[in-house]
Design a protein around this ligand. Structure first.
Ligand SMILES: C[S@@+](CC[C@H](N)C(=O)[O-])C[C@H]1O[C@@H](n2cnc3c(N)ncnc32)[C@H](O)[C@@H]1O
Length: 214
């Protein structure tokens, strides 16, 4: 599915998130705290938009994704990045090899998110960091109702204009609604063996940033 949306993927994000995704991405980088000399895995990296800020901060980042279409757009757009094709459920990296592992708007798309979190834990060095940025549940009830309508009605309508594959955006809306809330994801992260799990809400919970330590 991501192969088919790859070409317009970044434009679609900007429009559908009403430009908010840039601010969310800045906060992901702040949470990961990349430093020169550190090795960062950006999993489900897609076209590399979520990976490039880590390289700019001086870290070595490996942008990993299993969609060859997304990787091809990424390689053309950001040739300075290191892209690797691999499945989140079977990472081609040795144990404890990364200082930080992060996944933005990707965990929800992985077939078995719990297994992916375990695999991410395996490749992170002891004391290393996990940062997950994912759509979540708005904390304020009136916004929750408004947002549910946006997901069901507005996203597919906007997607018909900005995307070559509106069906993919119907999947986006449905998968956000089926995803666990903040506490549910925190429990899933803990069950995968991570410690000190905490989260903060962005845009009053439309997105949540979960952090943990290996
Ligand atoms: C919504 S995109 C996010 C891309 C990027 N992280 C960003 O923030 O723009 C989700 C990505 O997850 C990838 N993905 C889904 N399941 C995967 C898996 N099992 N292994 C690797 N990548 C996966 C898809 O190919 C897609 O590129």
């Amino acid at each position: 599915m991501f192969d088919r949306v790859a070409k317009n993927y970044d434009l679609g994000n900007d429009v559908l998130s009403l430009g908010q995704d840039r601010a969310w991405r800045d906060l992901v980088v702040e949470a990961v705290q990349p430093e020169p000399g550190q090795l960062v895995l950006d999993l489900a990296a897609g076209t590399g938009t979520s990976s490039e800020p880590f390289r700019q901060a001086g870290a070595t980042v490996i942008a990993t994704d299993f969609s060859l279409g997304m990787l091809a757009v990424g390689r053309a757009r950001l040739p300075q990045l290191m892209f690797v094709a691999a499945d989140a459920l079977r990472l081609p990296y040795t144990d404890a090899s990364f200082d930080a592992v992060t996944i933005s708007f990707g965990l929800r798309n992985v077939e078995d998110p719990g297994a992916a979190l375990t695999e991410m834990r395996r490749v992170t060095r002891p004391g290393g960091r996990l940062v997950v940025c994912e759509f979540s549940t708005p904390t304020w009830k009136p916004l929750r109702v408004l947002y549910a309508n946006y997901l069901v009605a507005a996203i597919p309508a906007i997607a018909r204009i900005v995307s070559s594959n509106p069906t993919a955006y119907r999947y986006l809306a449905e998968s956000i609604q089926a995803w666990p809330d903040q506490a549910g994801l925190a429990a899933m992260i803990e069950a995968a063996g991570w410690r000190q799990v905490e989260f903060r809400n962005l845009s009053t919970g439309i997105v949540a940033l979960h952090r943990a330590t290996a």
